[in-house]
Design a protein around this ligand. Structure first.
Ligand code: NAD
Length: 339
């Protein structure tokens, strides 16, 4: 039985809690939100979390202003895997949180994130050696994009001798933006006129007002998403050949457009072709972020049990692509410890 903790109890954190119920080998024992945490060694039932505004209202809720550190500090030695479902504002929040967990708590095991931005991942990668020394295997970019869709591209790339372009376009429908506050706030960073400091200053009412002005729709183009870095590190193609965009409807659970991954490349014959992968419109953000994250976590637990530690990306778990010499790659692959 793998004991799991979820850091962040919002849309994706609760989604992961629900999904874990369907995997008999995994037991949710800990969960933290901004002001509290819950730890139950015999398992936390999803029903006990569903609909709770704050974990302080849970029967086993413990109030804490350093909830992540208290949960992981007091119980980290009994936890084998962690899903990071926290906001990443400011952009180095994950880096600082992961570093503190590694340095100040007894946790050893697997951590998986659904981090989105390239710059955030670039800040996180240098933790490789420190995490390896503490026996933590950290899999980054293991959500939907990056994650599911990036690794689909990494597999699709294998048909080609050169990958010319990877285009990821996602459609997301959510009935209430408040159920995924961090996701929507971070999406604002990609809109013209918004940056981290502006978004961090905005109240929920300000966000609501901006959404109303857009009829609830966020049209995202040329996003700074770490799919580019991950595919470059995996040797698939230089990062400037990767584009990510999307359309998010914050008032309707139905997807406004289908989610697709398009990989264009050159076959060994010299001809060009395109592979396209389309997700079911019935699938939700929880299906496509938490499902793959849990799969990467499960694989990570196996690799950790075989002695692997340090930092790796989701695409490093895919078939390796040997890029042709003519592709000017500039990978920033960290050295990984595997003892
Ligand atoms: P949310 O706003 O619904 O929930 C965030 C949770 O974190 C809340 O429970 C909040 O109380 C808690 N929290 C905030 N600050 C905290 C702190 N300092 N200590 C402990 N807990 C704290 O968030 P969400 O919409 O579920 O998104 C979670 C993350 O997933 C975001 O970073 C988002 O960008 C990312 N995401 C990734 C993908 C992907 O495909 N890669 C897709 C969607 C969302």
């Amino acid at each position: 039985m793998i004991n799991v903790a979820i850091l962040g109890a919002g849309g994706l954190g609760k989604g992961m809690a629900q999904l874990l119920q369907t995997r008999p080998g995994f037991r949710l024992v800990g969960i933290a939100d901004r002001h509290s945490y819950v730890y139950e060694p015999n398992g936390i039932a999803f029903n006990s979390l569903n609909g709770l505004e704050s974990l302080q209202n849970h029967t086993a809720g413990v109030a804490s202003e350093r909830s992540v550190l208290d949960l992981m500090g007091r119980h980290g030695k009994d936890i084998q895997a962690v899903f990071m479902a926290l906001p990443n504002l400011p952009v180095d929040f994950y880096t600082n949180t992961v570093q503190t967990i590694a340095e100040e708590t007894p946790f050893q095991g697997v951590m998986v994130d659904a981090l989105k931005r390239t710059i955030a991942m670039e800040l996180l990668l240098p933790l490789n050696e420190m995490l390896a020394a503490r026996n933590i295997l950290y899999i980054t970019g293991a959500g939907a994009t990056p994650g599911f869709l990036t690794t689909v591209a990494a597999v699709a790339a294998q048909s080609f001798v050169e990958v010319l372009a990877v285009d990821i376009q996602f459609g997301v429908g959510i009935a209430r933006w408040e159920d995924y506050k961090a996701t929507i706030r971070e999406d604002f960073l990609h809109l013209k006129g918004f940056d981290t400091s502006r978004v961090m200053m905005m109240s929920d009412a300000d966000i609501q007002q901006e959404l109303d002005a857009r009829n609830g729709l966020l049209e995202l183009v040329n996003m700074e998403h770490a799919d580019d870095l991950i595919l470059e590190m995996a040797g698939i193609c230089p990062r400037d050949r990767v584009t990510v965009g999307g359309l998010v409807d914050t008032r309707n659970a139905k997807k406004p457009v289908s989610t697709t991954v398009t990989v264009r490349g050159k076959f060994v014959s010299g001809e060009e072709g395109v592979h396209t992968f389309t997700l079911s419109d019935a699938s939700t953000m929880v299906d496509n972020v938490c499902g793959p994250a849990l799969g990467f976590m499960a694989r990570g637990v196996e690799l950790s049990q075989r002695g692997m530690a340090g930092m790796m990306t989701s695409a490093e778990m895919m078939p390796k692509y040997a890029a042709p010499l003519s592709t000017p790659l500039n990978p920033v692959m960290p050295s990984r410890s595997a003892t």
